[in-house]
Write a protein that binds this ligand. Structure first.
Ligand code: SF4
Length: 204
């Protein structure tokens, strides 16, 4: 049963309620996993994807499949460094299942995105990250209101106290990074993310 308090004082209690959330299923949407998120208090970098995939849903850990490996390669981070650096969340947190056409995963509906925004808003309030990395068109649109990857990849923005550096989605289904101009934009963005992570980590 979904429980949402009027106020949260700790990230752990927020995560506890998020972990058992069934709001979308209760609203009639087909979900194929329980919520997937991973992070801990004190992390200052917040990674926001679209929704978990089938592998992530099964393991209940974000960025476990091929897209996660591509993302880590873009950022030159191994698994340990990646999960140590980023609080990993997504626009919706349950695997939405395959698209009815059979091509790729179903995009969460606007209503599901709105139901799940509750968790993100509280996370950002409690975590107060210095760096936010929205990954993929949907996360960028929800966070920054920008529709075009070409417009924003390679640039940075500010949101409250955080620097926002968008990245394209690392899914093999996207051909966007194959274009040489876009590849250069991606390289610039990945470099910026690494530099911000170094600043967050502080001197060795
Ligand atoms: S997608 Fe988000 S709001 Fe919907 S059931 Fe999962 S955790 Fe809850």
């Amino acid at each position: 049963m979904t429980r949402r308090r009027s106020s949260y004082r700790s990230l752990r209690s927020l995560q506890g309620d998020n972990a058992v959330c069934r709001a979308c299923a209760e609203a009639g949407y087909p979900l194929e996993s329980l919520p997937v998120l991973e992070g801990r208090p004190g992390q200052r970098a917040y990674l926001l994807g679209q929704a978990p995939g089938v592998v992530e849903g099964e393991e209940r850990r974000p960025w476990r499949g091929r897209a996660g490996r591509t993302l880590r390669r873009w950022l030159s981070l191994d698994e340990d460094a990646f999960y140590a650096a980023f609080y990993c969340a997504s626009i919706t947190r349950c695997y939405p299942g395959r698209h009815p056409s059979g091509r790729g995963d179903r995009t969460p509906t606007l209503r599901e995105q709105e139901l799940c925004a509750f968790w993100r808003e509280w996370e950002l309030r409690l975590l107060r990250p210095r760096l936010i990395v929205p990954v993929g068109g949907l996360a960028i649109r929800r966070l920054l209101g920008i529709d075009s990857l070409g417009e924003c990849i390679g640039k940075s923005y500010t949101l409250d106290e955080a620097i926002v550096v968008p990245l394209p989605h690392p899914s093999g289904a996207s051909s966007w990074p194959n274009d040489p101009v876009n590849r250069a934009r991606l390289g610039k963005a990945a470099h910026h993310v690494r530099r911000e992570l170094e600043l967050i980590a502080g001197p060795p």
